[in-house]
Ligand binder design. Sequence first.
Ligand SMILES: [Zn+2]
Length: 140
Amino acid sequence: MSGDGCPACTGTWPDEAQRIADCGTTIAYLHDDQFFAGWTFLVLKRHATELWQLESAERDRLMSEVSRVARAVATAFGAVKMNYELLGNQIAHIHWHLIPRPVGDPAPRQPVWTVAHDPVRLPPAAFAARIALIRAHLGA
Ligand SMILES: [Zn+2]
């Protein structure tokens, strides 16, 4: 399986400033749009586009990492519910979105992609503070 031209494999995405932690088979990053505070995603370290392309043990580790980071994010940001999204329509490289849905969610029954909003781009210090908060909850 080739990652030629894949932004995750060529190092053009995500930005290093978004990096939260190396989780094992994945690396966790903070999403650049922080409208949903704590929105995090995990990027598989190797190129694959579908879950069935992973070996069973690798897929199990992926799910463990998704679960561990989701718990940390949920706790850090007081999520009412976590959303788990594995799409790959825009970037065809396995990356798993973990989105905390807050108290006062503007559209609690809708997936985040349909919630109209202006992206929230935090100043660097505030962005780094959210990364540090998640790291603290990961024990990383
Ligand atoms: Zn890739």
